[in-house]
Design a binder for this molecule. Structure first.
Ligand code: TXA
Ligand code: MG
Length: 379
């Protein structure tokens, strides 16, 4: 691939008036690039997105090339306001409206029947549905407003790598492969949006757990189902059932094609071997301590992702504190940065403390298990 000059703009949301003028000029430049069919990465409340005009096949083709993304994995379309929705999707149900009212702008992506011809067929990988969301980030919203077009944006990482939660992650992966990066600082949620489809007027199905929790969805929809066709994916709740296979790799491909095609690919994987450990705090600490000591004695560089409450009990080459067990939002915010840090420091064996799949813990465990290639140890 030919190298492109990558422009970088810094946006500081708490800046002086003078700074504001400079920043709105930067966002204008970025928006013009999007309208010209170029690739621009920008922050959202979840992770950084790699944006392109969703209507332009050539622009969207560029996303797949830059990321090395399989072409059968469709993209999320980002809009700045609900009035842009009618151009993209067919008339939707009352439940869809209520979900939008409750969670937009925010980390909820809704898969809806597409209005034919509204976006490039590459965006939807040929499906008759399109995934849409309004991100809850001032920089993203301003950029989308200025661009005026629907913006297709997957996470701005090389395919298979952890999603980017800082502009430097985007540059580490994609410098020279995209036209611009809007640096708006670290993202907040840290894991991607929840992807849902509507089953009927009372029921939603979670295709990918994320920033909006199933408990939150259940306040609007009567029934919340979990997609059970994630290929090699194990849902945290199913970990007990998979105890026999724990420590092994996958449970085997599901017979049914995954509803959210992206879920079948290996994701977020650090270069080192990673294992998620689930059990009582005492047993977890004992297990990880002994495994890390063994590995160190054999000459491996070891890493541990531990909750603050336990971190002092470990010895390893790199111990990353994931935040408090009492506030799993902190671990979600930190996870991808931690995975990248293990790589940077050449860590060969990583143990990560698991958590209950409740609230944001469901998305957190989903991403941890994926990063670990489903290697999980029950203690
Ligand atoms: O938080 C996020 O969602 C971030 C930020 C940038 O918005 N974006 C993101 O995009 O995570 P990506 O491309 O990494 O993940 C999109 C997910 C994939 O699992 C994909 O298969 C699914 O959404 N998806 C997209 N269109 C779909 C469709 N029509 N039907 C089912 N699943 C779809
Ligand atoms: Mg992604």
């Amino acid at each position: 691939m030919q190298s492109i000059t990558t422009q970088l703009w810094h946006i500081n949301s708490s800046s002086s008036q003078e700074g504001d003028i400079q920043q709105s000029a930067s966002l204008h430049e970025a928006a013009v690039m999007l309208r010209e069919g170029k690739l621009v990465a920008f922050p959202t409340e979840t992770v950084y997105g790699l944006g392109a005009d969703a209507r332009s096949t050539q622009a969207v083709q560029g996303i797949f090339e830059a990321k090395g993304r399989p072409s059968d994995n469709p993209l999320i379309v980002h809009i700045g306001r609900t009035s842009q929705l009618d151009e993209l999707v067919l008339p939707y149900s009352g439940l869809a409206s209520r979900l939008m009212a409750a969670f937009w702008p925010g980390p909820l992506t809704m898969v809806l029947p597409m209005r034919e011809g509204s976006v490039s067929p590459l965006v939807t990988a040929g499906l008759s549905t399109v995934a849409v969301r309004i991100p809850d980030h001032p920089v993203a919203l301003q950029l989308l407003e200025l661009a005026g077009c629907p913006v297709a944006a997957p996470s701005a990482n090389l395919s298979g790598r952890p999603s980017p939660t800082k502009a430097e992650h985007v540059l580490d992966d994609l410098r020279g492969r995209l036209h611009g990066v809007v640096d708006g600082g670290a993202t907040g949620v840290g894991v991607e949006s929840t992807v849902i489809e509507l089953v009927d007027e009372r029921t939603v199905r979670i295709l990918r757990p994320g920033g909006v929790t199933s408990e939150q969805l259940a306040m609007i929809a009567q029934h919340v189902l979990l997609d059970d066709s994630h290929g090699s994916e194990i849902h945290p709740q199913e970990v007990q059932q998979h105890a026999a296979a724990a420590g092994a790799t996958a449970t085997g491909a599901a017979a049914e094609a995954p509803r959210s095609p992206g879920m079948k690919y290996t994701h977020y994987a650090p270069q080192g071997m990673m294992e998620v450990v689930l059990g009582s705090p005492e047993q977890t600490v004992l297990y990880i301590r002994s495994k890390a000591a063994q590995a160190q004695a054999s000459g491996y560089k070891t890493g541990i992702l531990a909750f603050n409450e336990h971190a002092a009990g470990y010895e390893a080459d790199l111990i990353i504190e994931a935040g408090s067990l009492e506030r799993l939002e902190e671990a979600a915010h930190l996870l991808y940065d931690a995975l990248r840090e293990f790589d940077k420091q050449g860590i060969q064996m990583i143990w990560a403390e698991g958590c209950e799949p409740e609230g944001i813990g469901m998305a957190l465990m989903n991403r941890m298990l994926k990063a670990a290639g489903n290697r999980v140890q029950l203690v």
